[in-house]
Design a protein around this ligand. Structure first.
Ligand code: SAM
Length: 388
């Protein structure tokens, strides 16, 4: 057997010259993070920015929608069991999330016809979306159709007829009302009115946002406002009350899933010193009919909302569920067969902990606690994988 070992660049090896694409990526990355307060409205009209988006940001954003879709497809009510699904992407850019939706359904045994509508204010983005979908047509046998609408999303309803089974806002909510003091209130009102009009009664709205502290906390503020307005949270939350992460200004909730980037993304990273080796994002799935992931996991399940924190003599992580968001701690001396799965829990997992001690600020995993992992969407090494 031949073993192929890829040479890793030496730690202090000089970086190759970035080249035009990598330079554009570096510039757009700055615009979307450090300089986001000054982000111009139609920044993807610029050819360099658009090429950077297509070559670097699109591949990393596309798979993010898979997680909420997988969680929705677990519901016993078979939420996607229809012959046709109407999917609306508001602020579609080049159709990133719609391509992700298509990918998800291509892998299902039963494939509905997907009627996609992409709305964006930048015509060039919609042209790129059409071109990307055009490239797929041959192997898609007419199972998905794309319509594009050039419009601000605030007035998209004027151009659309009927309601949609899935409404997506991927990396766009944080661009709305950005410099408005009441941006959270304005976004909440905008979303409430938009979903009243455009989301079917049994439909799902999927919102994806960057994992930055500010954009994620803003999303939680919008979440609370929409819950107050009568919308239900399907996931990631397993409870419907106010979000406990907002109580502490330093807390926020986000995903961090391992990802194997395509060669071009890896090469750009190597040239400009960025690192896209994980899918980092915040998400929220809303529905009007009260169905939620808690129907799958039970009302006493918890979401793991931090990485494990390992220190001398103990292991800790944050859990969020019916009793709020608290640190769960297991002393090493309390490790026992029934709580052994605690060792493998990672951010994003869903778990039940029977018999844990609920203290004022702490969940204590005792010798007698049964730690019962329910859902995990992260690849783990086979031999220590207790999760379904
Ligand atoms: C960061 S990109 C996200 C693109 C795509 N949804 C994704 O996740 O890759 C934001 C997109 O939203 C569009 N956008 C921002 N504000 C908008 C508005 N008010 N109306 C319509 N489109 C808007 C931009 O043109 C851009 O294509």
């Amino acid at each position: 057997m031949m073993v192929c070992i890829m040479a890793r660049p030496k730690k202090n090896a000089p970086r190759p010259a970035p080249g035009p694409l990598a330079e554009s990526v570096a510039r757009l990355s700055r615009m979307l993070t450090r300089e986001r307060d000054d982000l111009p409205a139609a920044y993807l009209k610029d050819k360099g920015n658009r090429e950077a988006y297509l070559g670097y940001f699109l591949p990393a954003n596309l798979p993010k929608v898979h997680l909420p879709l997988r969680e929705l497809s677990l519901h016993p009510g078979n939420l996607f069991a229809r012959d046709r699904l109407r999917v609306l992407d508001l602020g579609s850019g080049p159709g990133t999330a719609l391509l992700g939706v298509r990918d998800h359904f291509v892998q299902q045994d039963r494939r509905p016809v997907l009627e996609f509508t992409a709305v964006d204010q930048v015509e060039e983005n919609l042209r790129a979306a059409k071109s990307l979908f055009g490239e797929l047509e041959d192997d898609d046998r007419g199972r998905s159709v794309l319509r594009t609408v050039m419009s601000p999303i605030e007035s998209a309803g004027q151009h659309l007829v009927g309601q949609f089974d899935i409404v997506i806002l991927s990396n766009v909510l944080n661009e709305l009302f950005r410099s408005d003091k009441d941006r959270i209130g304005k976004r909440t009102t905008f979303l409430g009115l938009t979903l009243d009009r455009l989301l079917a009664d049994a439909g799902s709205c999927i919102i994806i946002e960057p994992a930055l502290q500010e954009t994620s906390r803003d999303l939680l503020g919008v979440r609370d406002g929409l819950v107050d307005a009568g919308f239900g949270v399907y996931s990631p939350c397993l409870v419907q009350g106010r979000c406990p992460a907002l109580a502490n200004p330093r807390d926020w909730c986000h995903e961090d899933r391992p990802w194997d980037p395509p060669a071009q993304v890896r090469e750009i990273d190597r040239r400009i010193g960025l690192r896209k080796d994980a899918l980092k994002f915040s998400y929220l799935v809303l529905r009007k009919d009260g169905r939620s992931l808690a129907d799958v996991c039970g009302p006493d399940a918890f979401r793991v909302v931090s990485e494990p924190l390992v220190s001398k003599g103990k292991r800790e992580l944050y859990l969020c569920g019916r009793e709020g968001r608290r640190r769960a701690m297991r002393l090493d001396k309390d490790a026992a067969p029934g709580n052994r799965p605690f060792d493998q829990l990672l951010r994003g997992d869903v778990v039940r902990c029977e018999g844990m001690a609920v203290e004022e600020r702490l969940f204590r995993i005792t010798k007698g606690t049964q730690v019962l992992p329910l859902l995990a969407f992260r690849e783990r090494p086979q031999e220590d994988n207790p999760l379904p």
